[in-house]
Design a protein. Structure first.
Length: 564
């Protein structure tokens, strides 16, 4: 919290706000990097931030205030230039002709006051305020200008525009050009914020940059429109695209190392009315180390799924819409069963992650290597386990079913809304009922929900509307204590950090096999699965709400189509 927490702890101890036992207990507990004993005492409610700051202010003969941005008029705001206020982390709250009163977030910031006196050539008086209020006031009073944030000056803009025009020479000596630094910063900031995608979108009057974080798009600082061509050209150069071709979609790949992490960026370019729209999908190789527990399985579902992936043969399907985490789940399965005595081959479009010890085949339709052709060929390689990126047609589905019947364990994905619909989807595309009934071992539907931030999680009472919307499943799930995130610096004020899966596992039995032979509709298959104890997506989500993993709103959002 401050630059001298030990001194503050001594003050609190002396004044009776805390005991030595409480301080020792906190010091002996595990703390995250950068977190102090005083931070934990305040987070746990042992001491109140207002009491701490009031005590410090009293000791130094200063006033303790709360910053009200609305009460700061333009004359006071202009008393300190924005770049100076941001640099020193202060907010002006009052000024006269020769004196400026500033709010400090760090009560021990003696050097700050002295530096401001020198920089502004004025008398500086300090008051103490909560650091969160000072930070919020800085953001509202002095929003950072994009060009100053990334260090662009007039000459720099000229250089950037020159690069945009000189697209015929990708080998030009532009290593010091600010546009290169800007693109690198955009990528680094996305990785720092745990984004899964970077969207560069040319609009009529603006050039929009958005990050997809935990499945939700967030708009970031907007670069000047005149830098659009330079930024897009730089990304295309990095991903080995043809920078002179702007009429057709292109795909590329960028490999970068950010903060010691190896990242692959899958780049897609599509021409639009106002320029090329580029999306960079960030593929973090750390996701390969995810195990089944990290995906969000409850213990019974995890045991069930571990038994399924250890079977010697059969087809296991993972279903859900685009962006529901199907590929991550399949890679987690392959990582768990990737042993030296097993040969694993995958057919993917594209190969998203490169896994050690696994033979991965990239689909290439330009030379006739589609899913069915690749699958037909790799079966001659005598694999034990086959992973097909997606079953899209009857031919691929037939080969997958036949491979399962001849002793291979086959993983694949389908685009269906729930798990039982995977069966009817296969029948619809032309797979014979006896093949589906004999080969399928299980289908699992999944969705991703945002996980509540651990730092700001708090319980609350659900509204009548939320209870009513969930009332249809009251016989199976009881709504008790529920949680939500208040929003803090750890989660960028969103209340959520990270994502977890909710799952619906549809298992085969003799009765379901007979229903498939009779080509029963998905509703009948679903009813039978429910009799066998299958939890729906919403029920699984509600159990995770009860455990404090996610919120009611997230489960409702992800399972609106989940009806009884």
């Amino acid at each position: 919290m401050t630059s001298n927490d030990d001194y503050v702890l001594d003050l609190l101890l002396e004044q009776g706000y805390v005991t030595a036992e409480q301080i020792d207990a906190v010091k002996g507990s595990l703390k995250e990097e950068g977190e102090t004993t005083l931070d934990i005492l305040m987070l746990s409610g042992v001491v109140d931030e207002d009491d701490v700051l009031s005590l410090i202010a009293y000791q130094f003969g200063l006033e303790y205030v709360h910053v009200d941005v609305d009460s700061i008029d333009a004359a006071v705001k202009d008393a300190i230039p924005g770049d100076v206020a941001r640099k020193y982390g202060v907010v002006p709250v009052y000024c006269t002709e020769d004196t400026i009163t500033v709010a400090l977030g760090d009560p021990m910031g003696y050097d700050t006051v002295d530096s401001l006196r020198y920089v502004l050539s004025k008398n500086i008086e300090a008051v103490i305020a909560p650091a969160s209020e000072v930070k919020s006031a800085l953001e509202k009073l002095y929003p950072e200008d994009f060009e100053s944030k990334f260090g662009f000056g007039g000459e720099d803009l000229d250089i950037a525009e020159k690069i945009a025009l000189d697209e015929t020479d990708p080998d030009a000596d532009d290593s010091d050009a600010p546009v290169i630094r800007l693109v690198s910063l955009i990528i680094m900031e996305a990785c720092k914020m745990r984004a899964s995608d970077i969207h560069l979108e040319p609009l009529e009057r603006t050039f929009r940059v958005r990050y997809r974080i935990d499945g939700v798009l967030r708009e970031m600082d907007t670069p000047p429109k005149r830098l659009q061509a330079a930024i897009l050209s730089r990304v295309k150069i990095m991903s080995n695209m043809k920078i002179s071709e702007k009429r057709v979609p292109q795909d590329g790949r960028i490999q970068v190392k950010v903060q010691g992490r190896e990242l692959d960026l899958r780049v897609s370019s599509v021409p639009t009315n106002h320029g090329e729209s580029i999306v960079m999908r960030i593929l973090d190789k750390e996701n390969l180390s995810l195990g089944l527990p990290q995906l969000g399985f409850l213990s019974d579902d995890q045991n069930k799924f571990e038994r399924l992936i250890s079977l010697p043969d059969g087809v296991l399907l993972v279903t859900g819409p685009t962006g529901s985490g199907k590929t991550t789940t399949l890679y987690a399965c392959l990582g768990q069963i990737n042993l030296p005595d097993r040969k694993i081959i995958t057919v993917e479009d594209p190969v998203e992650y490169q896994m050690e010890g696994i033979n991965q085949v990239q689909v290439n339709r330009d030379v006739g290597l589609d899913f069915s052709a690749a699958l037909r060929s790799i079966l001659r390689q005598a694999p034990n386990i086959v992973m097909i990126g997606e079953i899209r047609d009857a031919e691929t589905a037939d080969i997958a079913m036949e491979a399962a019947l001849t002793g291979h364990l086959v993983f694949s994905t389908l685009h269906t809304n729930d798990a039982p619909s995977a069966v009817t989807r296969l029948l619809d595309i032309g797979v014979k009922p006896f093949l589906v009934a004999s080969a399928i071992r299980a289908a699992m539907a999944q969705r991703l929900v945002r996980a509540i931030c651990d730092k700001c999680r708090a319980d609350y009472t659900p509204t009548e509307r939320e209870v009513k919307m969930l009332g249809a499943m009251g016989q199976r799930t009881t709504i008790g204590k529920v949680f939500m995130g208040k929003g803090c610096s750890n989660c960028s004020q969103s209340g959520y950090k990270g994502r977890k899966g909710i799952f619906e596992i549809f298992l085969m039995d003799d009765t379901i096999q007979r229903l498939i032979f009779d080509q029963a509709p998905a509703s009948v298959l679903r009813a039978r699965a429910r009799e066998m104890g299958m939890r729906t997506l919403r029920e699984d989500g509600m159990l995770k709400v009860a455990s404090g993993m996610t919120s009611l709103q997230e489960v409702l959002r992800a399972t609106m189509g989940d009806a009884e």
